[in-house]
Design a protein. Structure first.
Lengths: 265, 357, 332
């Protein structure tokens, strides 16, 4: 099982420059399948640039490897078969049905002139059902609520079925309920032996749903937190690198399960 | 002074009256006598330059209704319109020209009659008048087309006398010739020019009056699919020559675009192509889309000559266009010889050169 | 209007409407014109009538159909790829490039129809190539780069056109340029419709086959790449195809405005989507507007009127009516 030996995603020494401005400075980390990695940091810390570097959407130094293969050397299509991406807000701004939007997820697997098979259509409907949008197959994507839109994009990601998922603040436009629903779906996906990396604003969501948190500041990863093993003191200490006025506490829910929650001071 | 003006006005009208009678008599001659004699007598009128003095200061109303006063006969004349330029040459004023319109080198008449004029300063086009160049040339009078009426007012403010001319049809051309003749103190020559034009047009009209008018399609400059309707000068030329314009129902004041189908429906007996057309007679004869048209079948396609001037615009020599068309449509009535003599005599007398045949 | 809830039924309904309308306007168009054609005369083999019918009338009707179809599907593609509801062939400087090319042919060489066509075609392609090359050469490009470059190239082409107009002989050349720019189906001969027909036909299928990629391009560059579409290559192929269609048509007809802008919107308002059927519908809408416009252009008076007048006169109210009737917002 090579996957156990080689880390799924291996980022080594990645730097991103915009002109003379350095957005990401010599970032290296490993990420493994089956886990969710959260990158937290303030606006402008370089989270999005790092994501773009991994997807090769922006010029950068350093190398990103997925399952031992160099991502930079791949064609756009081959890379798309390995990485799927959920933006903050999708750029879809023309009338398409939910089903049509999800079908686009098959594009990396189709030859240039090949069209969708009936099997693919069935898979799409299943994916839509699984994110809780059942019955909305023929609804115009533009008429969906922001939460439903994000779930629809998530269904498209399921169709893409890639070993690596990148999410760029997927929760930013969502309300409380939708935000947690989306996170639960993502957790569910990651269990399916996928590697999930997400940029996220809220340390609370990161603590609740991710396995590892990378703390990013001024283009560098300054620290990381293993959410499952770190004790509350360590978490508080590391969080203070980014946020001077928060306090992480543990509390139990109605069922007695412990959650970490963030208090603003 | 006033009295003198009155006297001269009376004298002028007398002379006009005499010349008109002369016209009529020469015309009645033409009906009775044989062609050769008729033409010789007729051509004399072209060389009959009566010196008629013009008294200054002279106040005229130009064709835009503006009044302009001249203290003396202008010595330096500019013209930014090819029709007025041609007219000034015909009035023997080539040496007084100090500026003419743009693109002068494309007009054959200048090369033939006034080669020196081609290199004169350029006053701009009918669209873009070059006021500064005009001021720099310091003319005593500038002749401008109606389109440049605004420029005329500007020139007035700058102290340069501007005269707007608008020779849109035959009678306006006559008026324009008279106007230019008065202003430039060449009224006698202008009268001779007008008399010649009147005489020859009238005699041509009368000669073809009883003939059956064949149907004619007038093809325009840019394409065979553009034509002149009844409000264009080309239509007057054709009517004078005893032809019937198939497109007379069109009232556009500029070339109108029509379809091949329309031409086939009109089915003209003749197709006459504008002098400056960018295509040739052969292009029209070989146009497969027109193959079934009577004019094409009978090879009755001609192009107005352009080796001197485009007679389908109201230049002084435009009456020759009517004679040309008349000789195509009614060769029995207007002979080729007569047409060619008219051209030769006209340009010899008024422009001082003998056109090649 | 009929309320049709099922999209499949809507497709069938609209398809039937399109085909019936197309047949109706084509028949109307075939029997409209200055030459009095009668079915009896044609059946009797009247030589003149047959010639008018096959050499003049039919090519013109066919060119109207091809032209309307091609300009509209190209406009549809431009609007998707540029993510701009106002996109039309002008956005990449194509039509102004073609005008400058045609004016160049008229002023500098000769006014022969085939030569004007070639130069217009070349002008359109040159404008598009410069637009795309410049847009790719610009560092830090975003979604406005191509549009802004297109506007710049459009102005440059307009300036060249202005210079050529200034240099043109006002009597003949200027009139030719003006008439070309106004656009007309007049003077279309049987030989001149072959090239636009094949290019439009092939282009139509290329776009149909690449439709999924076009949809993905309409999202945004990052998402398109994450869905496995090489934005640079596909955008180039698709824009070149659409531009070839436009150039091949306008080099024969001259500029025909508005159809490429309005027909796609009409189709979108009717289907409420952006699928392949909407794409085909926009072609049909364009064809019908174009054919109707040409009927009016050649029959309202003895002289030929520019067809663009009527494409706007027919198209604009139609679009407004549909906009008012549709309770859904126009999304693009």
């Amino acid at each position: 099982m090579p996957d156990l030996i080689v880390p799924t995603l291996d980022i080594s020494d990645v730097s991103v420059y915009y002109g003379h401005k350095c957005a990401v400075k010599n970032v290296s980390f490993n990420a493994h399948s089956g886990h969710i990695y959260a990158i937290i940091g303030n606006n402008g810390c370089g989270k999005t640039s790092l994501m773009k570097a991994v997807m090769n959407l922006t010029g950068h130094n350093g190398i990103c490897r997925l399952n031992g293969k160099t991502l930079e050397k791949m064609s756009v299509k081959k890379r798309a078969r390995l990485i799927s991406y959920i933006p903050q807000k999708t750029g879809i701004n023309i009338s398409m049905t939910v089903r049509e939007v999800c079908l686009l997820g098959f594009n990396p697997h189709l030859r240039i002139f090949e069209s969708y098979s009936s099997n693919m259509r069935q898979q799409v409907d299943k994916a839509i059902d699984s994110v809780g949008l059942a019955g909305l197959y023929n609804t115009d994507f533009l008429t969906l609520s922001e939460g439903q839109k994000q779930l629809c994009i998530l269904a498209r990601t399921l169709i893409e079925d890639t070993p690596l998922l990148l999410l760029d603040e997927p929760d930013s436009a969502l309300d409380f309920a939708n935000r947690h629903m989306l996170m639960k779906h993502i957790t569910h996906i990651s269990r399916n032996n996928k590697c999930v990396i997400m940029c996220i604003h809220s340390p609370e969501l990161a603590l609740e749903y991710s396995d590892v948190i990378f703390l990013m500041k001024n283009g560098k990863i300054i620290s990381d937190i293993d959410v499952h093993t770190a004790d509350i003191t360590e978490i508080n200490e590391k969080m203070s690198f980014l946020y001077s006025n928060i306090n992480v506490v543990e509390c139990a829910d109605a069922n007695g399960r412990l959650h970490k929650t963030v208090l603003s001071l | 002074m006033k009295l003198f003006k009155k006297i001269s006005a009376v004298a002028l009208s007398m002379i006009m009256l005499i010349s008109v009678t002369a016209c009529n008599s020469s015309h009645s001659d033409s009906n009775n006598k044989n062609t050769t004699e008729n033409t010789t007598s007729a051509f004399e009128i072209m060389s009959y330059f009566n010196e008629i003095g013009v008294s200054y200061p002279l106040t005229v109303t130009d064709q835009a209704g503006r009044t302009v006063t001249f203290d003396k006969a202008p010595e330096k004349i500019a013209s930014s319109y090819y029709i007025s330029t041609s007219l000034l040459i015909a009035l023997g004023l080539t040496d007084k020209l100090v500026g003419i319109e743009a693109k002068a080198n494309t007009r054959n008449i200048y090369k033939l009659a006034a080669p020196s004029a081609v290199n004169l300063p350029n006053m701009g086009t009918a669209k873009e008048f070059n006021t500064e160049a005009c001021v720099a040339a310091a003319p005593d009078v500038v002749f401008l087309p109606m389109k440049l009426k605004k420029a005329a007012d500007t020139l007035d403010e700058l102290g340069i006398k501007a005269v707007v001319v608008n020779p849109e049809d035959q009678s306006l051309l006559k008026e324009c010739i008279t106007l230019a003749g008065k202003i430039t103190n060449t009224y006698g020559r202008a009268t001779a020019l007008n008399n010649s034009i009147d005489t020859f047009l009238t005699s041509t009209k009368n000669d073809v009056a009883d003939e059956k008018a064949p149907s004619v399609y007038l093809a325009g400059n840019s394409s065979v699919l553009s034509t002149a309707g009844s409000h264009m000068y080309q239509d007057t030329l054709l009517t004078n020559a005893g032809g019937k314009n198939v497109a007379s129902e069109l009232t556009d004041t500029y070339w109108a675009n029509v379809s091949y189908e329309q031409i086939l429906t009109w089915n003209p007996e003749y197709i006459i192509i504008a002098a400056d057309a960018s295509y040739s007679v052969d292009d029209v004869l070989n146009d497969a889309n027109l193959a079934n048209c009577t004019a094409i079948k009978n090879k009755n396609v001609v192009k107005l000559p352009n080796d001197t001037e485009a007679w389908d615009s109201p230049v002084p020599g435009s009456f020759l266009g009517s004679i040309y068309i008349a000789h195509i449509l009614h060769p029995d009535k207007i002979t080729k010889d007569f047409y060619e003599s008219c051209v030769t005599e006209f340009y010899k007398n008024f422009y001082g050169f003998t056109p090649s045949k | 209007m009929l309320k049709i809830t099922n999209y499949k039924n809507k497709i069938i309904f609209l398809s039937v409407i399109w085909i019936l309308l197309l047949i109706a306007v084509s028949i109307w168009s075939v029997f409209t014109g200055q030459y009095p054609l009668t079915i009896k005369g044609l059946l009797d083999g009247d030589k003149m009538m047959l010639m008018v019918f096959f050499r003049l009338r039919l090519p013109r009707v066919i060119m109207g159909i091809i032209g309307g179809f091609g300009l509209s599907i190209a406009g549809y593609v431009y609007q998707l790829v540029f993510k701009n509801p106002l996109a039309s062939p002008d956005i990449a400087g194509v039509s102004s490039g073609a005008s400058a090319g045609a004016a160049f042919a008229i002023v500098a060489v000769s006014a022969s129809a085939p030569f004007i066509s070639i130069c217009a075609f070349a002008g359109g392609l040159i404008a598009l190539s410069i637009t795309l090359l410049t847009a790719y050469a610009v560092p830090g490009k975003n979604k406005y780069t191509i549009i802004l470059t297109g506007i710049a190239i459009h102005s440059v082409a307009q300036t060249i056109l202005m210079f050529l107009k200034l240099a043109a002989d006002p009597e003949k050349q200027l009139a030719s340029i003006e008439y070309w720019i106004m656009g007309s189906l007049n003077g279309i001969s049987i030989d001149s419709i072959a090239i636009p027909f094949f290019i439009t036909f092939i282009g139509f299928f290329i776009i149909l086959l690449l439709y999924r990629q076009i949809l993905i391009l309409s999202i945004n560059e990052d998402e398109a790449a994450s869905l496995g579409v090489n934005v640079t290559i596909f955008r180039f192929i698709i824009l070149i195809t659409a531009t070839l269609i436009v150039s091949s048509i306008i080099c024969v007809t001259g500029l025909i405005s508005f159809i490429g802008l309005i027909a796609p919107h009409i189709a979108r308002l009717l289907t409420g989507r952006n699928d392949r059927f909407t794409y085909i519908s926009s072609g049909f809408a364009g064809t019908i507007i174009m054919t109707l416009s040409d009927i009016f252009a050649r029959s309202l008076s003895s002289s030929e009127l520019p067809v663009s007048i009527f494409t706007s006169v027919i198209g604009a109210p139609l679009l407004i009516i549909l906009l008012i009737k549709s309770n859904k917002k126009e999304d693009l």
